[in-house]
Design a protein around this ligand. Structure first.
Ligand code: COA
Length: 333
């Protein structure tokens, strides 16, 4: 069977207009700009406005159009949509189906939502790669679109300072015969023994949103920050090392490391563990905070558009999230 190599054909991203600074938050909760910057590296975050169409599918439309344009394709060249959203537009239809309509795609391509929390986009890339490699699909839109503000308790200083809204998109397709682009290696895991460290239990089938839930303030996410912090550092570092090794690349062969943007201290600790120089790490957590599965594709898109990442560069990407899900990918862009 003929196998194809997978190439990132184009990327795009969307950030809501509204900026919420640390000082804005300190007017509502007992916190300060200094505390947030020292513990997380975050200066501000973006917050979506539904009245401006900034839903998960609405943000995805804007990011996807940029990615499709960058790929030199038209919307009907997309033959599958894979979309990661921790909180979708609604339970059904899936957000990817809503996006298909918003993009004006008329080819009836399959649409699928995935929830692996912050690892969602990283989970989808190897899946898209497998389908492109075997020729099952040709151009797959892979999206992470996240509206964390919809389940972020703005009165809980333990969580609300950390998160923001955004969307990142990439079109994955076949590399040409003479091109080097390819996905070298990937790893995906989930350690469910740590699943209780980051949860949103209400709103699903087991715990419907009732008046009692709302009265008890149970409609928000809860988090054990320190446990997540430790697991994030060890898992991301181990996964990054594993995919680099499988790709037969030494650390000096990696041009750019694009980690999940959860906390600057986590990013720095991971970088130190597997010895990647600071100048090779893409960071935007200061501007956007943790945008869950949008974080890696947004950082990727910005680094490509700013000219940092160039064709032929070796990229290493890693993420972790509720579950605890985690994953890493090594590829030639
Ligand atoms: N402002 C001011 N003080 C705060 C605060 C805030 N926003 N949040 C917590 N504090 C206080 C705590 O109440 C605690 O006070 P105490 O010592 O009087 O009890 C103190 O600051 C230290 O809290 P601690 O939880 O030990 O801080 P930390 O250094 O672990 O930082 C996080 C907290 C949440 C920033 C950090 O644990 C973290 O980033 N974890 C990972 C979270 C994550 O990435 N989640 C997403 C996964 S995809």
């Amino acid at each position: 069977m003929k196998l194809f190599n997978t190439k990132i054909l184009g990327t795009g991203s969307y950030l809501p207009d509204r900026i919420v600074t640390n000082d804005d938050l300190s007017k509502r909760i007992d916190t300060s700009h200094q505390w947030i910057v020292e513990r997380t590296g975050i200066h501000q975050r973006r917050v979506a406005d539904l009245s401006k169409g900034e839903s998960p599918s609405g943000m995805a439309k804007e990011a996807a159009l940029k990615a499709i344009e960058a790929a030199n394709l038209t919307v009907n060249d997309i033959d599958m949509i894979l979309l990661s959203a921790t909180m979708p537009d609604q339970a059904m239809p899936n957000t990817a189906a809503v996006l298909q309509e918003k993009l004006g795609i008329t080819n009836n391509c399959p649409t699928l939502d995935v929830n692996a929390a912050c690892s969602g986009w990283i989970y989808l890339v190897p899946m898209a790669d497998a389908m492109i490699k075997t020729g099952l699909y040709k151009n797959i839109l892979v999206i992470g679109s996240e509206m964390l503000s919809s389940f972020n308790n703005w009165d809980d200083r333990n969580t609300c300072i950390l998160f923001g809204d955004a969307c990142g998109a990439a079109v994955l397709g076949r590399a040409g015969e003479k091109e080097d682009s390819r996905i070298y290696s990937s790893v995906l895991t989930c350690d469910s023994t740590k699943k209780d460290h980051l949860t949103l239990m209400a709103g699903g089938a087991c715990k419907r949103t009732t008046h009692e839930i709302l009265n008890n303030n149970e409609q928000w996410m809860t988090m054990n920050g320190q446990q997540i912090f430790k697991a994030a550092v060890t898992t991301m570092a181990a996964h990054a090392e594993k995919v680099a090794k499988e790709a037969e690349l030494a650390m000096e062969d990696i041009d750019w490391f694009i980690p999940h943007q959860a906390n600057l201290r986590i990013i720095e600790a991971v970088g130190t563990r597997f010895n990647i120089p600071h100048e090779k790490v893409i960071i935007n957590v200061d501007k956007y905070a943790n945008t869950s599965s949008a974080s890696v594709p947004v950082a990727l898109d910005e680094a490509i558009r700013s000219g940092k990442i160039k064709r032929g560069d070796n990229l290493l990407m890693a993420a972790f999230g509720a579950g605890l899900t985690a994953g890493a990918i090594c590829l030639k862009y």
